[in-house]
Design a protein around this ligand. Structure first.
Ligand code: COA
Length: 353
């Protein structure tokens, strides 16, 4: 007789807690128009964004991550986890990772903690990594936080990018459960294409620049993006990845109740929904009020939608993301009944779901 498998075959990671947190400072299009050659009308028409949140000077990604993480643990009714994963493009430092600091500040000293770097696809990559820890039997419960402070890497004088990005953090708690339970995450589709490295990047700060003998151009410290090309890739990659995930799960587009894409730009999101053949009311967005928050954007959109009952228990939800790398990824889950959701915009109270 063969030995029993290390983990049961139907063991899955189940979403059991969710929260978002936004720094209180709101930066409106009007405020940006006072210092940049742009206008509220231009920004709304091209991106759908009317405002975004910025961290205060001195506030780092871990500060936002701790707030979201604490709320997600509360939402899950969990006091501890076995691992903390932080998805971010704006870690507190290039060394060490941000996750161990976040874990310690949450009172989770001693647990496994590491960062995931996949730019705006970070949350979906992080979800696959966190879920894998559970399905492999390494962890029973994992806290995954997507957090970014783009205001620290975007050139405030760069009108093309300064209007798009905002700061924020969103978090989920995953627990061990069964694959047929609501909240079980998967199937996943993940992909990358490094030939597109230069479409989205921060040129300086890494070993490529540090190993070069020429002095650093101060402008290279800032985030750059080739907007038009990125736009096209974002639509085609998210659409293709969504289709790939549905195929893996033996599902059809009609089976999807809600699609929650990475909140890049409202036009991109509408194009993805349209190309998939999904009616606009199934598209979940909050980019209008938060901008593109990188790795935080999907959990922030989920927390917003769940708190406002836009996403309901039992609905089939498709997450899809695209980001620098290039990277992309999607995940399918049936929405679970969550008892408490914190609205990302509220810095204080909680709301029953
Ligand atoms: N305000 C006013 N004018 C602006 C502007 C701003 N904030 N930013 C750019 N412009 C100007 C450009 O200079 C250009 O002027 P020109 O025609 O005189 O040269 C004109 O508007 C058109 O610029 P373009 O870059 O072609 O605009 P666009 O329609 O492609 O919109 C983005 C620019 C950045 C909004 C768009 O490319 C985009 O959303 N890309 C994807 C970004 C994104 O979501 N990335 C995240 C993916 S993870």
């Amino acid at each position: 007789m063969s030995a029993p498998p290390f983990t049961p075959p139907d063991r899955a990671a189940v979403l059991c807690g969710l929260a978002g947190w936004l720094p209180p400072r709101v930066v409106t299009n009007e405020e940006l128009s006072q210092r940049l050659d742009t206008s509220d009308a231009w920004i709304r028409t091209r991106t759908g964004i009317s405002g975004r949140h910025f961290a205060e000077p001195g506030q780092a990604t871990s500060d936002l991550a701790v707030e979201a993480g604490r709320r997600a643990l509360r939402s899950a009714g969990a006091e501890d986890v076995d691992a903390v994963v932080v998805a971010t493009t704006t870690p507190d430092r290039s060394c060490p990772a941000t996750a161990p600091l976040v874990a310690s500040r949450l009172g989770l000293t001693g647990v496994a903690a590491f960062d995931v770097s996949a730019v705006c696809t970070g949350f979906v990559y992080g979800l696959a990594s966190a879920a894998s820890l559970i399905t492999a039997g390494v962890a029973e419960r994992v806290l995954l936080i997507g957090a970014d402070t783009y205001s620290t890497i975007v050139d405030p004088h760069d009108r093309a990018n300064a209007i798009i990005f905002g700061d924020g953090a969103g978090a989920v708690v995953l627990r061990a459960g069964r694959s047929d339970e609501p909240g079980a995450v998967g199937h996943f589709d993940l992909g990358s294409d490094g030939t597109g490295e230069e479409l989205i990047m921060v040129a300086a700060g890494g070993s490529r620049q540090r190993s070069a003998s020429n002095p650093i151009d101060p402008q290279d410290r800032y985030f750059t993006m080739r907007g038009k090309e990125v736009y096209r890739h974002a639509v085609t990659r998210m659409t293709a990845s969504a289709h790939a995930t549905l195929t893996l799960a033996d599902r059809k587009v009609d089976d999807i109740d809600r699609i929650v894409p990475h909140q890049a730009n409202l036009r991109i999101l509408r194009s993805v929904a349209e190309d998939l053949g999904l009616p606009p009311e199934r598209l979940v967005t909050n980019v209008e009020s938060v901008g593109n928050t990188g790795a935080a954007s999907i959990p922030l959109a989920l927390a917003d939608a769940a708190a406002q009952h836009t996403i309901q228990a039992g609905e089939r939800v498709l997450l899809t993301a695209f980001g620098g790398g290039l990277t992309w990824g999607s995940c399918l889950l049936t929405w679970p009944a969550l008892s408490r959701i914190d609205r990302p915009h509220d810095t204080g109270g909680t709301q029953e779901s």
